[in-house]
Each structure stands twice: as C-alpha cells, then as structure tokens.
Design a protein around this ligand. Structure first.
Ligand code: OSB
Ligand code: MG
Length: 369
C-alpha cells in the first residue's frame, strides 16, 4: 500500500454530562484522529488516549508526538510491503504506546478494507449483525441522582449497567441500585484500580448484590493481587487496565487473576491484537466484552464490529452516540432494543461528517512524509 498523505487531527467534543471515575472527571472527549490517504482510499484511526495520563501512561499530546516522530517513519520504511498486518511488527522496537500504535494501525486497516470493499466486521470475523449494549455510569455526588441516571439509561433500553466505584462510593450505590431496580438488572462495577491488596474483605461486601463482575479492582501490574482477591471474593474478577496483550491475557487467566476480560483495542495496540486476545480467551473458556474509551463514531464503529465476534458473550460499553455527545462526528449510533447494528459498508462503514469535523477540530496538521 502506498501512502500519499497522513494527517493528525485533534477534535474536542463536549460530553452531554461529566463522566467521573476513580481517576478523574471528563467533560469533553479530546480525541486524536489519524487520517491516512492512499491512491485507492483513505482510512481513519481514532486514538483513545485521554488528554491526561490518568487511565494509563499514554496521553493525546504524547501520542501525537510519538506517531509523528517515531511511528510514521517506521511504516513508511515498509514501502509497498505496508499493510495492516505489517504495522505492529514494524513498530515493535518502539517501547509501549499501544494507543498510538493502535490508532495508526486502525487507519491503515480502514484504508485497506475500504479499497478492498470489505467491512471491519467481516474482516475481524463477526458472527452477529448487532451487539448487546451496556452503559458505564460515572460516580455521582448523590444516590438520588445516580438512581435517576440509571433509570434514564434503562428507559433507553441498555441491557446492563456498569457503575464506576471508588473507596467510599461502592457498597452504598450498588445496594441502592440493586434495591431500586431489582435482581434482574444485569449489574457490574468498575474500580479503575482504586483499591489495594488489603481491601479483599471490603470488596467481598459486594458479593451479596449478585454482580456480574468486578472490573479492575487493583493496580494494573498486580496480577498476583488479583489472583489472591479472586480467592476472597465470590464475584468474578474482570481485568481491564492489566491486560495489555494476548500473552498477558493468557498469563492472567492461567494465574487465576480473572475469569472475564474487558477488551479495548487501543489498550492492546490495535484491533489485530484485540482479536488475538479474544481468541486466547475463547480457547480458555473465558468470556470477553468490549470496553470503551468514550470513542467518537469512528472508534465506535470498529468497537461494534469487534464486539460481534463469537466470544463477546457479555454486553459491552458500546453505548449509543447520545450517551456521550449531543452531536457525534459520524451519523449517530442509535440503540435498537438495547443493541447497536454492526456497520456493513467498506472499512469502518461510517464517515466523519465534514461539518461536524470542522466544528470540533482544534488543530489539524499534515505529517511530513
Ligand atoms: O475503565 O472502562 C473504563 C472510559 C474512559 C476510560 C476508562 C474507562 C471508561 C469507561 C467508559 O468505563 C466506557 C465507554 O462508555 O466508552
Ligand atoms: Mg474499565
């Protein structure tokens, strides 16, 4: 594949409501977009790094720099041998930066698939034409507001609810939501690494509420801590931040650190590695679900395609556009009976709306080739 231009663009899209987690509060989605132009097609990548390095070490300005200075020269050096499969090996000598690498690979893959007339879903191996959707609910200042927020999402049709928790905001909100909405609500929690090894007994206090899972209670590098915790709590442990590769997923499962895995392509370096994470989990009988990073319609299109693979048996954080934005970059993703349709057009199957792009762009720069 021959690349004739690469553009790095920053967009800032206001969120419909602030999103608070144990590591911070977001009021906008500040996204880095990668546009790759080839003679046959153009491709879009979305980098999921946030504006500050709080969820992980990556951050949007840093990703922009590393793409420009270290990643683009490596894929250009491939010449005609460049295709999506060749991207990760060509970038392997650069340490870390999976979100930056994943965004570049996504753009190359999109261009390749658009040129070939193949959708992301078909390429990745989707076996469904729509996916079950859950919603991730930020930490709220009071329980009344939390209950109203959950009520609204259930009225929208979401098939499961995930509550963000942190020490001091855990048992009480879970109890309140369970009491109000009953035992049939599919409910899970996400701690974003806010607890420590000494918190096992406290987290076991969540067991009576019949949660589907506890996501990432401990530090990302604490695999043994999660394995010990799994002996103390009955609620299944799911890992997010800890899983950075297919091999790491296999190790965490073998050590008993998790029985469910949240897959985010950006966290593992792209959709090809994400598919490998899916495959190692499937081979070990470990269900997976698709996480989210408040993506625009571009990243959402790819996530929905990924979530249509067979071992994505739990509802994902693949919510509708309206859960995040009054106006998305693409035509909005709209829930139909708690599900989102997998796009069927070539590549991502969605295009950024030029007016929305113009309205939300804060900076756009060509990369010198
Ligand atoms: O831990 O899953 C997480 C958003 C940003 C960073 C980390 C996480 C999240 C979410 C929201 O939970 C998922 C989404 O709706 O995109
Ligand atoms: Mg998470």
């Amino acid at each position: 594949m021959k690349i004739t231009a690469i553009e790095l663009r920053r967009v800032e899209i206001p969120l419909v409501s602030p999103f608070r987690t144990s590591f911070g509060t977001d009021t906008v989605r500040d996204a880095l977009l990668v546009r790759v132009v080839t003679p046959d097609a153009e491709g879009w990548g979305e980098c999921v790094a946030d504006r500050a390095p709080l969820y992980s070490a990556e951050w949007a300005d840093g990703a922009e720099q590393v793409i420009r200075r270290f990643l683009v020269p490596r894929i250009l050096a491939l010449g005609d041998a460049l295709d999506a499969e060749a991207v990760a090996p060509a970038l392997a000598d650069v340490e870390g930066h999976p979100m930056a690498k994943g965004a570049l690979e996504m753009a190359v893959l999109d261009a390749e698939l658009r040129a070939a007339g193949v959708s992301f879903g078909t390429f990745l191996g989707a076996t469904r034409d729509a996916v079950d959707c859950g919603v991730s609910v930020g930490i709220q200042d009071d329980l009344g507001r939390l209950l109203d927020t959950v009520d609204g999402y259930l009225a929208d049709g979401y098939r499961r609810v995930k509550l963000k928790i942190e020490p001091g905001n855990d048992i009480a909100p879970v109890r309140a939501v369970r009491e109000r909405f009953g035992d049939d609500l599919v409910l899970q929690v996400d701690a974003n690494a806010a607890y420590g090894r000494a918190d096992g007994e406290h987290l076991a206090g969540l067991d009576p509420f019949g949660l589907l899972l506890i996501e990432q209670p401990l530090a990302p590098d604490d695999i043994v801590g999660h394995a010990r915790l799994a002996q103390v709590v009955r609620t299944p442990i799911c890992l997010d931040e800890s899983i950075v590769s297919a091999r790491g997923a296999a190790d965490a499962i073998e050590l008993g650190a998790c029985s469910i895995v949240n897959i985010k392509a950006g966290r593992v370096g792209g959709y090809l590695e994400a598919r490998r994470v899916h495959d190692v989990c499937a081979a070990r009988g470990v269900p997976v679900w698709c996480g989210g990073m408040l993506e625009t319609g571009l990243g959402r299109a790819a996530n929905v395609a990924l979530a249509a693979l067979p071992n994505f048996t739990l509802p994902g954080d693949t919510s509708a556009s309206a859960r995040y934005f009054a106006r998305d970059l693409t035509a909005p993703f709209v829930l139909d009976d708690g599900r989102l349709a997998v796009p069927t057009g070539p590549g991502l199957g969605v295009d950024p709306d030029p007016d929305a792009l113009a309205a939300f762009t804060t900076r756009v720069e060509a990369v010198e080739l």
